[in-house]
Design a protein around this ligand. Sequence first.
Ligand code: PGA
Length: 250
Amino acid sequence: MNISVFSSNKEVSARAAELIAELLREKPDAVLGLATGDTPIGVYEALVERFKRGEVSFRQASAFNLDEYAGLPPEHEQSYAAYMAKHLLNEIDLPLDRAYIPNGLAADLEAESKAYDRLLEQAGQLDLQLLGIGHNGHIGFNEPGPHLHAGTHVVALTEETRDANSRYFDHLEDVPSQAVTMGVGWMMKAKHVVLIARGEGKAAVVKEALFGPITTSCPGSLLQLHPRLTVLLDEGAARDVQGLPGVRYL
Ligand code: PGA
């Protein structure tokens, strides 16, 4: 595990975008695993800037998003489909028929999950999975609990997650209670996982996930077992891991 601490979130985003751009230069048809939330917005901004400068092309790439809320149509501004369109897909040259996001409106979400797994199988291994981490240790929407799923599945969102995400909705009741999420198996099989976190609010969970016991109570802790994990943190998120093994300040 390689943990790099940057003095600002802008630098975290720039480094994550650089890793993605380097991958696409080496392997133009790379399969990307993409994330939503506040944390990756800066990464997508940096990628769009690079694309506009002609430094990176996504024309031959594919992308799989981690998750989608159940019941939100893609045009709902809080859907992850709308998020991806706004922050990345409308701005770059990735063909939209290779930008996969689970369909949260599917009548049968179990069948949708299986179909998503089949698409992932056809694509082969994810070359790079970009990940954030929730305050409760979730990765994608794999919530803490007695067990974790390897494949894509339907998940009941914890109250903590609904509460955290209610900042985007008018009322807490508007936050969907279910989602479809890629399971941790796909993340663990990715060739490279890039975990990003920013702000002191994430400091405790960053320490727990990277240095605590490996447990389904903190899904992010599984990443300790990943053979190629790159962690990019700003100083706030790195508050509790200063001086621990593998942590370097850039
Ligand atoms: P955030 O979410 O980037 O909005 O903090 C991260 C996550 O819940 O995975």
